[in-house]
Design a protein around this ligand. Structure first.
Ligand SMILES: Cc1cc2nc3c(=O)[nH]c(=O)nc-3n(C[C@H](O)[C@H](O)[C@H](O)COP(=O)(O)OP(=O)(O)OC[C@H]3O[C@@H](n4cnc5c(N)ncnc54)[C@H](O)[C@@H]3O)c2cc1C
Length: 542
């Protein structure tokens, strides 16, 4: 049975894991060489860093060392390496769990007057250094919003549900299930990430094609800042000046604390079905995805893997079945061989609606020389979609490091961007005779383009510092390449501390100045998560 305690220094819950298959290990061995430096599992004891005295705050504050350690870092690869290998360079001086909005306001006011940094904490699943505490900085308080959770209001007739910011994905769906409703927001971090975190980072769920991004789902919200409260009224649409709700979304705690979010919810579908197809190469695959979105059926998700990712998917999933040789022969008969690209496409609704939608989609896929693989690959994906993150920890156990990064591009440049990014990432460590294996898939498609999501693997070095240095070199090379290509720094992970040095090159000096001015108005003392978004220092290796 699973023990539902959060794991320290890794993804998810104690007792849960996903081991790499022998096929994946063989693939890694061939691509980047045998692993030589296993990373020890999480250090049980927190570092001996005494907590600065925060004085009396208007809410209870925990200074328990394990609690502080659990709130020191997010879920990026460096965070996990630091917590596992230790010592963690800095801990928050306290963890506060306010029980209502007035308490949040009072804490912010007090911290503002005493120059205590406040780092809002939702699920702590940031992969951009968004919740990380810095060594040598002013005292820091982690503001864990877990007690501000649950559905406080439901307007079923309008399809509007108001949630506390600390409500997790399962918490949202459980509150709606009894009313036959769903939000439909399923990021891969769904089990741990929260409503407030989603809004603060402009999250996107795996079924964004059907349900939209979080920005599309938010109908109203409240922000509590040291400088005052800001309420964006709930409504279907408004032309009352610039959209302040959208401006607050993506502020990553820099403007204040999102204390309430009203979300657009929908009728829970009878079923969610995902089917598979194989396309002859990425070019045909991209054309098929574009056509499905522009002229196609109302699918809720499409994911198209490039040839290397398809190879891995076949090795670890579909290809392990007894049917694999038959499938391979069948594909070869249709001219689909080495460059094959796996596509998953999903629909929700009642039986007839889903069948119609998938039939229509298959016709478009066939017109691009694609071959249907039936529903089996989709069933596997649906079953495992929230389990995949556990693989990172199992790979570290044996000495392989893996991480992801993502962007978005118009259709006209997607293929070139994928090639340039793959090359930039793959060649980063050649100077030290190390290889990096790169996989890519297209997800979150839009009428004008799509998100490109990269997964890379490299070998851990003998020391934690050197492994982090390898990662940082890959990350810098990849991010520089994004900027050179004019692609966005992030489609859904946000900016945090780690992407902040590059933000100006995406939004320009005026863009930066507008965000700075808003932060100065809402947070005059600069206590709110001050090292994300606007602070351009390179902190990849901290
Ligand atoms: C394995 C894994 C898979 C992931 N998959 C996805 C994915 O599919 N889609 C996706 O969008 N993201 C994904 N992410 C990234 C991450 O889950 C998202 O950024 C998520 O929205 C963060 O939510 P959180 O509640 O954990 O926020 P946290 O990590 O706690 O915080 C993130 C940032 O938001 C701020 N913040 C949090 N709550 C509030 C609040 N109430 N008010 C103001 N600021 C706040 C924090 O200070 C921080 O800057 C993934 C991460 C991991 C580790």
């Amino acid at each position: 049975m699973t023990d539902h305690r959060r794991r320290l220094g890794g993804w998810g819950f104690e007792g849960e894991s996903l081991l790499p298959s022998p096929e994946l290990l063989a693939w890694l061995d061939t691509r980047i060489g045998p692993a030589a430096h296993p990373v020890p599992a999480a250090a049980a004891a927190p570092p001996e860093l005494p907590a600065e005295d925060l004085g009396m705050l208007p809410a209870k504050v925990s200074t328990d060392p394990l609690d502080r350690l659990a709130h020191a870092r997010g879920q990026g690869l460096v965070d996990v390496l630091r917590v596992r290998s230790g010592p963690v360079p800095a801990l928050p001086d306290g963890v506060c769990r306010p029980t209502d909005t007035d308490e949040v306001e009072a804490v912010l006011r007090t911290c503002s007057s005493r120059n205590i940094r406040v780092i809002p904490w939702g699920g702590g699943t940031s992969v951009t250094g968004g919740v990380n505490v810095l060594a040598g900085d002013a005292p820091a308080l982690s503001l864990d919003l877990e007690r501000l959770s649950g559905c406080s209001q439901l307007d079923e007739h309008s399809g509007l549900a108001t949630f506390g910011p600390g409500t997790t994905g399962p918490g949202v769906e459980a509150a709606l299930a009894g009313h036959d409703l769903t939000l439909g927001h399923f990021p891969q971090s769904w089990e741990l990430a929260t409503v407030g975190g989603w809004a603060a980072t402009r999250s996107s769920g795996q079924e964004s094609l059907g349900y939209g991004r979080i920005e599309d789902m938010v109908a109203g919200l409240e922000l509590v800042a040291p400088g005052g409260r800001l309420r964006v009224p709930t409504g279907p649409a408004s032309a009352a000046g610039p959209d302040l709700g959208r401006f607050i979304m993506g502020s990553e705690g820099r403007f204040g604390v999102i204390t309430e979010v009203t979300l657009r919810v929908r009728q829970r579908p009878d079923q969610t079905v995902v089917a598979g197809a194989m396309l002859p190469d990425l070019e045909h695959g991209l054309e098929a995805v574009r056509e499905l979105v522009v002229n196609g059926a109302p699918l809720t998700m499409i994911r198209l893997s490039d040839a290397p990712e398809t190879e891995v998917a076949m090795a670890v999933g579909l290809g392990r079945s007894r049917m694999a040789p038959l499938v391979e022969r069948w594909l070869a008969l249709h001219g689909i061989t080495d460059d094959a690209c796996l596509m998953l496409f999903g629909a929700t609704g009642d039986q007839d609606g889903v069948d119609d939608c998938l039939r229509h989609a298959r016709a478009i896929i066939r017109s691009r020389r694609g071959v249907s693989l039936g529903r089996r690959p989709g069933r596997q994906w649906l079953r495992d979609r929230f389990r995949h993150p556990y693989l990172r920890e199992s790979l570290l156990d044996i000495g392989y490091a893996t991480d992801t990064l993502e962007t978005a591009a118009p259709w006209s440049s997607a293929l070139a961007l994928r090639d340039a990014m793959t090359e930039a990432i793959a060649n980063t460590l050649t100077g030290e005779n190390e290889r990096v294996a790169v996989l890519c898939h297209v997800s979150h498609p839009y009428r004008d383009g799509a998100s490109l999501y990269f997964t890379f693997f490299f070998r851990c070095a003998a020391s934690c510092e050197e492994t982090i240095s390898r990662w940082a070199r890959i990350k810098r090379a990849a991010t520089d390449q994004l900027v050179t290509a004019g692609a966005t720094l992030s489609h859904h992970h946000g900016i945090g501390q780690w992407h902040a040095p590059w933000l100006k090159s995406e939004i320009g000096a005026e863009g930066m100045a507008v965000i700075e001015a808003a932060a100065a108005r809402l947070d005059p003392a600069g206590i709110m998560n001050p090292h994300v978004l606007l602070n351009p220092e390179d902190r990849l290796e901290l």
